[in-house]
Ligand binder design. Structure first.
Ligand code: PAF
Length: 284
């Protein structure tokens, strides 16, 4: 496995390689990321994994500085998983006008209204930062296939929209969320949880599961807004600070109608200082 830090070196290494399957990450890899790599390996012999903590997608008061950076351990895991190339650029490599302070990325992707909803409402600019770096990475790696996790469900839909509206010749594959035995969705941010919080953290998934069961019983006579409030209240009484609990169409992310065929229930909430997200998508 090659570890490459510059765009120039990566382009050289990828010359003549086709097809390429790509897994973009911010590192601090867990079993969920390795599932993405395994899916990528089923698509192409050449698997590129990027590790880049993208400053453009972090808000001013978010965890950019403390975000775990574990490149050596990540590379060991990726070598064992059978990745071909790790692309781990510096901030200056990804943002050519970076002056040590400001990224000066004055060209960014402008996103549809959906990006201002749910996580986008409490993280303004987050998804524009994600879409911009993913477009840059797509241009650098030029993969035929790219794999993203369903855990970041809103991100996944935005990337699919990016590919569609910018006519990118890339197939997007969605990987199921990897979970701890408790049901807690695997996330690099789980490392911020105290051991007591980690025991409690499965409540987020459990609350979503209850919602799914309620909807599956028959959505026709349900008051979705009341159900969302009830689920949020359950989490609040357990000590969570709830950002949102939402019942949506899994294709548009708009409020679900009773006739919906593809559903997703999503939640974001803080346990102590750690903001966690989770979702369950299902068909009826
Ligand atoms: O999901 C992530 O880890 C990031 O948002 C991504 C897609 C690597 C872009 O920085």
């Amino acid at each position: 496995m090659q570890i490459i830090h510059t765009v120039k070196q990566l382009r050289l290494a990828l010359q003549g390689q086709s097809p390429i399957a790509f897994v973009p990450t911010m590192g601090n890899l867990h079993a969920g990321h390795l599932d993405l790599v395994n899916l990528a390996k089923q698509q192409a012999a050449c698997v590129v994994v990027s590790i880049f903590v993208n400053p453009l997608q972090f808000g001013a008061n978010e965890d950019l500085a403390s975000y775990p950076r574990t490149l050596a351990a990540d590379c060991e895991k990726l070598a064992a998983a059978g990745a071909s190339i790790v692309f781990a650029p510096t901030v200056a490599e990804m943002y050519p006008d970076f002056d040590g302070q400001n990224l000066n990325q004055s060209l960014t992707v402008q996103l549809p209204a959906m990006a201002n909803d749910l996580c986008g409402a409490s993280r303004p600019g987050h998804f524009a930062g994600v879409a911009t770096v993913v477009l840059k990475l797509f241009n650098i790696v030029q993969p035929q296939v790219a794999v993203f996790g369903k855990k970041d469900f809103q991100q996944l839909l935005i990337i699919k929209e990016l590919v569609k509206q910018f006519n990118l010749p890339i197939q997007i594959i969605a990987a199921d969320t990897a979970r701890e035995a408790s049901g807690l969705a695997m996330s690099s941010r789980n490392g911020y949880l105290s051991s007591a919080e980690k025991v409690q953290a499965n409540q987020l998934h459990a609350t979503l599961q209850t919602l799914v069961e309620q909807i599956k019983l028959g959505p026709k006579d349900l008051d979705f807004s009341a159900l969302e409030k009830q689920a949020a209240h359950t989490l609040q009484t357990q000590g969570w600070q709830v950002d949102y609990v939402a019942i949506r169409s899994a294709t548009s992310l708009k409020a679900a109608s009773a006739q919906e065929q593809e559903w997703v229930v999503l939640a974001a909430a803080k346990l102590g200082a750690t903001r966690l997200i989770d979702n369950i998508s299902f068909k009826l």
